[in-house]
Design a protein around this ligand. Structure first.
Ligand code: C2E
Ligand code: CA
Ligand code: CA
Length: 563
């Protein structure tokens, strides 16, 4: 409690109290939709203790530098905002306010931050008169910050911060991607204080991709904002996944928690090494905590390419095909309720120079070097031979194979598969072709042609990794899928995170309405099985049931279950 007022409240008494506690509630700052926070003295104009808490230590020179950076950026942004208002472009103005809000918050310019927030809201909801009024108020508020900044102490010894030894895996080189100059500088200072030797920063996703290319693998950690003009953070992550970036990622943003979590799910689902998310302004302790996490814990799905994987060349793959080194393993798919086995997914395996190479790696390389048709033909034949042997042994189970999206642009694909099915004696209606949603997009016209003909030949189509791609709904309407596989990042995230759980529930719901059967992938523990059962999933696949195994081992496993 800050004060008392006797009832009935008299206007003069109220004004006196308000002026004492809220100096900015003077006529020029009339307040707007959201109340400006209580303000003791001048601290809401520039709360430098707040700034010190954020950077984690107080070095006067650095504090002053950050505040000056903020005021000069804001000074330069204000005329641009007025221009946007004149041109009736409130969305562009909202974007600038979003950025200014977060950098003001970071340096402790709390009143300014609240005004900027109100302005962002007003601009988003197209209240142009309010925008105009608030812009004037913001201009005054900036003047107040500048005055307060000029009184800041710049002298005094810089407090040397002991370098943290608690982090054994301190990154050598970090790249910060943020359109806000003040945020870039703050995070740079933070990382330097932790002992990171090289900190690079860029203002956009486009620039980051160029920098990553130039750095050629030397960047260990990438800290990226989500909301940026031009290429946004999500789009940037998508390009990053395609570029085979090997380092860790931290998403840092001022957006709401729910959105941050959804972005995180997406990045994990792409198989990238996400260390975690941080809300801006980034606090030293929160960053430290993320950097200290053991690697394995932060990585839910298999990374696209293991770091220490020796480089695989296209010639290695050619040689592997020639020497018959590629194998097919089979992972059971079971009925969610009865746990009886209904089919298998065939998964490619390859041991090269004594090391297992992840299929994510060799499939990608084969795709990039025009070897995917050759490799897939070998793999599919092996899968069908396996399926026929299982049927002959008394297990007429369905076999699912993964089709590379690149191969879908080969118009001869349906004929090849039909010929292999006929040659091996496997029945067509028991073959399921799994297609990854993201890949479906590439060459839509040809892919549609191929998929429709595959369907006409009696094969079933399954949409794989559902939920990790983009226009999923649209594809579901256009392509005659009969099965939907829920990506394991959602299944595994669903126990703890409500966002993943609701994605899962609504997907199962939609699949049911469309008459698709659903498969939950990556079920590793009983709690996950219970959860997907509860949601009404039809089939389950995952280590809780069994890992992928060679055919001989699978036959023993099936006999043991008495299925
Ligand atoms: P996918 O189609 O999503 O395959 C499922 C992946 O999840 C497999 O990884 C499988 O081993 C793994 N998995 C299954 N159950 C669990 C579980 O409970 N926990 C966890 N953490 N993982 C589980 P894998 O074998 O590394 O394959 C990775 C991807 O490589 C596959 O993802 C598929 O996209 C691709 N791939 C594999 N074999 C082939 C193939 O023959 N042809 C093509 N084109 N792609 C293939
Ligand atoms: Ca699959
Ligand atoms: Ca999958």
């Amino acid at each position: 409690m800050d004060d008392i007022l006797p009832k009935p409240i008299e206007l003069d008494a109220l004004r006196t109290v308000l002026e004492r506690w809220l100096p900015q509630a003077s006529p020029r700052t009339s307040g707007h939709s959201k109340p400006i926070p209580q303000n003791k003295g001048n601290s809401a104009i520039l709360d430098t203790d707040y700034l010190a808490r954020v950077i984690g230590y107080a070095d006067h020179k650095q504090k002053r530098e950050l505040v000056d950076l903020f005021t000069s950026t804001a000074r330069a942004d204000l005329p641009v905002c007025r221009q946007h208002l004149t041109e009736r472009n409130p969305q562009a103005l909202a974007q600038i306010m979003h950025k200014l809000k977060s950098s003001a918050h970071m340096v402790g310019a709390l009143s300014f931050a609240h005004l900027a927030e109100n302005l962002e809201d007003a601009a988003k909801t197209n209240q142009l008169a309010a925008v105009q009024r608030l812009l004037t108020e913001l201009n005054y508020a900036l003047g107040d910050v500048e005055t307060a900044a000029s009184q800041l102490m710049t002298a005094g010894a810089a407090l040397a911060r002991p370098i943290d030894t608690s982090i054994d895996l301190l990154p050598d080189c970090v790249l910060i991607v943020d359109d806000d100059l003040v945020a870039r500088r703050q995070i740079t200072l933070l990382l330097s204080s932790l002992g990171v030797i090289e900190v690079l920063s860029v203002d956009s996703g486009e620039a980051a991709l160029i920098e990553l290319d130039r750095a050629n693998g030397s960047i260990d950690l990438l800290i990226s904002d989500l909301k940026m003009p031009g290429m946004d953070g999500i789009e940037f992550m998508r390009h990053l996944a395609d570029s085979n970036y090997q380092g860790c990622i931290i998403i840092a943003s001022g957006v709401e928690e729910q959105l941050l979590q959804t972005a995180a799910e997406m990045v994990r689902a792409k198989g990238m090494n996400l260390r975690g998310t941080l809300k801006k302004p980034m606090a030293r302790d929160a960053l430290l905590q993320l950097l200290s996490l053991p690697r394995a814990k932060t990585n839910i799905t298999t990374p696209r390419q293991q770091r220490n994987n020796p480089a695989i060349t296209p010639d290695d793959i050619r040689e592997g095909i020639r020497s018959n080194a590629f194998e097919m393993f089979f992972q059971p798919k079971v009925d969610a309720m009865t746990l009886s086995v209904v089919g298998m997914e065939a998964l490619a395996r390859w041991q090269h120079n004594g090391n297992w190479v992840s299929p994510d790696v060799f499939i990608t390389i084969a795709e990039q070097h025009n070897l995917i048709a050759l490799l897939s033909e070998v793999l599919i034949t092996k899968a069908l031979v396996g399926g026929a042997r299982l049927a002959a042994a008394g297990y007429p189970l369905s076999i699912a194979v993964n089709l590379s999206a690149i191969w879908l642009s080969d118009l001869r694909l349906p004929e090849f598969i039909l010929a292999s099915v006929n040659a091996t004696g496997f029945s067509a209606e028991k073959l399921i072709l799994e297609i990854t949603e993201t890949g479906v997009m590439a060459d839509m016209a040809t892919a549609l042609d191929v998929m429709t003909r595959l369907r006409l030949k009696g094969f079933k189509l399954s949409i794989d990794d559902f939920g990790t791609g983009y226009s999923s709904m649209e594809q579901l309407q256009r392509i005659p899928f009969s099965e939907l596989k829920l990506d394991r990042s959602f299944v595994q995230g669903a126990i703890e995170k409500s966002a993943a759980r609701s994605i899962l529930a609504s997907t199962v719901d939609m699949a049911k309405k469309m008459g698709l059967s659903t498969v939950a992938e990556g079920v590793e523990i009983e709690a996950e099985l219970d959860l997907v059962r509860g949601l009404g999933c039809d089939l389950v696949q995952g280590w809780f049931i069994a890992k992928a195994m060679p055919l001989e081992q699978l036959l023993v496993w099936l006999q043991g279950r008495g299925t």
